[in-house]
Design a protein around this ligand. Structure first.
Ligand code: NAP
Length: 320
């Protein structure tokens, strides 16, 4: 039995672990399928406070893990597939193991959205990727496509210029969603070209990606774009399936927490992108992880107080 179980090991979960372990709670972090969450798949993190020269995502999350472990947090590689919210204590079921905790922080984050076109799943890992940091180096000297018009698409396209001979950013509109800083950097980079008002209809290839069938949404014209790889950055969906009918969520599946990270179940707190489809920054999710752990600590202190509190003795009858 742990005081606090944290589901997820991104910046939200890791920060919750640092605060929880440092408050002397026995703390278990259930890592999920891969350690570090989305930030660990980002190469250059340039806006996390305290790192004036930037830091890589894997290094940032590794440092957070060490910081949490220094205070006694435990980490286990398991993905939770079921949660019993009828607690405390709460029971979490993973692959081949069950965990009990008096409080839970949900920090399951979000995953990349898929394009949903023919060839995407078939060529996933063979030219179709959602992580430039992980796979960029496989495409040295090749023409690479990036799909999307937000900050992620531009940031990762810029990273891919280290490897690719040319990067084509395919965006469905003629105006970017990305902010000015990344937009300017992308515009100034000779290796980057934009293909506006265009969507990907099909990804073609036998043993790897060979070309994309693309369609201009204004003219309807279709064409073939020969590329060796395609990186998809079209947003995210929350990893909240297991909480359906257990925790309140909105129509997109984002969990609903109050301004102090409380879910609708007392003792279960929510931090990070599982409940935030607006800010989605490493620093905001870290802040929510801190808040969730502080609230969990108060909740557990209350449970301890209720357990140890002496029953109030009946007042003696008045004399006389
Ligand atoms: P996003 O801002 O939601 O952008 C998604 C992009 O994909 C949009 O341009 C969207 O087009 C396009 N898109 C969505 N569905 C599509 C589809 N089915 N087919 C083709 N295109 C599609 O997602 P994000 O770029 O991952 O960013 C998420 C958050 O993280 C944002 O708040 C962002 O500011 C932040 N972020 C910040 C940084 C940084 O500051 N360095 C880096 C990365 C991410 P439309 O524009 O037409 O909707």
């Amino acid at each position: 039995m742990y005081d606090l179980a944290i589901i997820g090991s991104g910046t939200a979960g890791l920060t919750a672990a640092i605060y929880s372990a440092r408050a002397d709670l026995s703390t278990l972090v259930l890592i999920g399928e891969a350690f570090g969450g989305q930030i660990a798949t980002t190469n250059d993190v340039e806006n996390y406070p305290g790192f004036d020269d930037g830091i890589t995502g894997p290094e940032l999350t590794e440092r957070m893990r060490k910081q949490a472990e220094r205070f006694g947090a435990k980490f286990e590689m398991n993905t939770i597939v079921e949660i019993d919210v009828d607690g405390p204590p709460f029971t979490l079921t993973g692959h081949g193991a069950e965990y009990q905790a008096r409080a839970v922080v949900v920090a399951t984050g979000a995953s990349p959205k898929l394009l949903g076109v023919p060839g995407e799943l078939e060529l996933w890992g063979r030219g179709v990727s959602y992580c430039a940091t992980c796979d960029g180096a496989f495409f040295r000297g090749e023409h690479i496509a990036v799909v999307g018009g937000g900050d992620s698409a531009l940031q990762e396209a810029l990273f891919l210029t280290r490897f690719g001979s040319k990067i084509s950013i395919i965006h469905r509109r003629d105006e970017l969603r990305a902010g000015a800083y990344l937009t300017n950097r992308a515009n100034e980079n000779d290796k980057i070209e934009f293909i506006w008002d265009t969507v990907v209809e099909e990804i073609n290839g036998t043993n790897g990606v060979e070309s994309l069938r693309i369609r201009n949404v204004k003219t309807g014209e279709e064409s073939s774009l020969p590329v060796g790889g395609v990186f998809v950055y079209i947003g995210h969906r929350p990893n909240t399936e297991i909480f359906k009918n257990k925790l309140d969520m909105d129509h997109e599946g984002y969990l609903i927490a109050d301004h102090r990270t409380h879910s609708n179940v007392e003792g279960i707190f929510i931090a990070g992108e599982a409940q935030d489809n607006y800010f989605r920054q490493a620093i905001t999710t870290a802040g929510e992880g801190c808040m969730a752990a502080m609230e969990a600590e108060k909740f557990i202190a209350r449970l301890d107080f209720e357990k140890t509190e002496e029953p109030v003795a009946a007042a003696p009858a008045a004399a006389g």
